[in-house]
Design a protein around this ligand. Structure first.
Ligand code: MG
Length: 353
């Protein structure tokens, strides 16, 4: 792959034409790239409120304490889907991973790989979404990079974001702390993101009924942690769905997990789509749902806090942690039958986030 990569912070006076596309920058220090930066990235992400001149690194003032640090790369196809686009995912995905450590986001980076031929209007849309999502969560994108690569399959944009956040004193959220007796709470219904993407990609026509659940979980986690700093573990449900999240935690914490199928919310449209596609909603991707592990006596209060928060549209206690069968997730149905929920060997849905 060939690439060309001036920094975000170069300047160029010429405005971008509406119907322009991203082209490989040949010579001259990448004039198109400068224009992208000046006309598109800087307006989308905002400039340093302190008015500092551009520099090779962002320098952050950080209070003493513990930092959470995470990164994620977004390759979703299509770039735009019901309920959002790759720009929203790139912010929420990383912010949610910070939130799962109880951290309040401090700053994000954004790195773009753009395919030659990408319409500028699509890039502008994605950059705007990214900027708006960052504003919504009170986050600044403090550093970034863009590279253009040769024309490929026509997908257009890949984004990497990294984020740092501050973990409040006394907060210790980790799979290590999951213990037998813990209640497991789910914040909302399953499978919207995966089905919304599949619907567009495969032309299935569900998109009127099913939009992605993609959303920031940072505010919900802040409310949970403020009310009860003794939350044992949090995990956002992304690729692999609820099943993958719980299997990883059961394995990592060496505990058993028992789920009650009847308490796991799945909307009728998602349920219907899953039936048609031969998918199990437990395995379908989400981008705005979490599970919380809390001591049994804190379950009711945690549920109350979730009910009061818009990021938890349908909270429910879905199961408990056991000392039996460490590493195993068991799903019990209302008739008293049960089955083991396993990790899938392959990827159920590629390019979902
Ligand atoms: Mg995660």
């Amino acid at each position: 792959m060939t690439e060309h990569s001036p920094e975000f912070t170069l300047s160029c006076p010429t405005p971008l034409e509406t119907h322009a596309t991203v082209q490989m920058a040949h010579g001259g220090g990448g004039r198109l790239m400068r224009r992208l930066i000046e006309d598109l990235f800087l307006p989308g992400f905002g400039t340093d409120p302190a008015g500092n001149p551009p520099h090779d690194s962002a320098v952050l003032d950080v209070p003493a304490g513990r930092l959470a640090f995470t990164t994620d790369t977004f390759v979703v196809s299509p770039l735009v889907f019901p309920g959002g686009d790759i720009g929203h995912l790139a912010v929420y995905g990383t912010v949610n991973d910070l939130a799962m450590a109880g951290a309040q986001p401090l700053a994000l980076s954004a790195g773009f790989i753009l395919e030659e031929g990408l319409p500028i209007e699509m890039l502008r849309r994605v950059v705007d979404s990214l900027g708006h999502a960052a504003d919504e969560v009170g986050e600044r994108i403090v550093t970034g990079d863009t590279k253009v690569v040769d024309r490929g399959p026509g997908d257009g944009i890949f984004i990497n974001t990294a984020g740092v956040g501050l973990v409040p004193p006394g907060v210790n959220i980790s799979p290590r702390r999951v213990a037998p007796g813990d209640a497991i709470l789910l914040s909302g219904d399953l499978g919207r993101h995966g089905i919304a993407i599949m619907s567009v990609r495969e032309g299935l026509g569900f998109e009127g009924a099913i939009a992605s659940d993609c959303a920031s979980l940072a505010g919900l986690v802040a409310a949970l942690v403020q009310a009860d700093p003794d939350v044992h573990c949090l995990r956002d449900l992304t690729r692999g769905g609820l099943a993958a999240a719980l299997c990883e935690i059961a394995d990592g914490a060496r505990v058993g997990i028992q789920l009650r199928e009847a308490s796991i919310p799945v909307s009728a449209p998602v349920d219907g789509a899953c039936e048609l596609l031969g998918l199990d909603p437990l395995y379908v991707a989400n981008e705005g749902r979490l599970v919380a592990f809390v001591p049994a006596q804190a379950a009711e209060r945690t549920l109350e806090i979730m009910r009061a928060h818009k990021a938890a549209p349908e909270p429910a206690v879905i199961g408990t942690v056991t000392a039996d069968h460490p590493g195993t997730v068991e799903l019990r149905n209302s008739l008293g039958g049960s089955r083991v929920v396993d990790l899938l060997s392959g990827e159920q849905m590629p390019r979902i986030c």
